[in-house]
Design a protein around this ligand. Structure first.
Ligand code: FES
Length: 125
């Protein structure tokens, strides 16, 4: 390793974007899990879209449909607090749980594991 490469990889380098693990579990495929490494601040929906993972998003990710509903299994503390808008929209989600969040509103600030509910119940994209 060169001195220059070592300097670039120094953990104290403040220009480096922190990355976190997003683990996805699937209601319709209980044996499947996918682990994505994403930049801090990336939403669950955006991470799924970037990696060709189907997560419904009928409103396009603007907190107006609830079809991007996910169930957080681990790491709720690594997501921002829910806004009033998200809470209101989440009430419309199918199969709502106490650990439900909207994928488009949930940005990662640490490792998170979520279950993607049955996506076959939705029409649209
Ligand atoms: S995509 Fe519509 S609320 Fe998240």
């Amino acid at each position: 390793m060169t001195a220059q490469a070592s300097a670039i990889n120094t953990p104290t380098d403040s220009t480096q974007t922190r990355r976190h693990k997003l683990t996805l579990l699937f209601h319709n495929q209980p044996d499947k899990s996918v682990v994505l490494e994403v930049d801090e601040g990336t939403s669950i929906l955006h991470a799924c879209m970037e990696n060709a993972i189907h997560l419904q998003h009928n409103c396009g990710g603007v907190c107006a449909c609830s079809t991007c509903h996910v169930i957080v299994k681990k790491g709720m503390e690594n997501l921002p607090e829910m806004t009033d808008e998200e809470e209101e929209q989440l009430d419309e989600a199918v199969g709502l749980t106490l650990s439900s969040r909207l994928g488009c509103q949930s940005k990662l600030y640490g490792d998170v594991t979520v279950l993607i509910p049955d996506q076959s119940i939705y029409l649209g994209h």
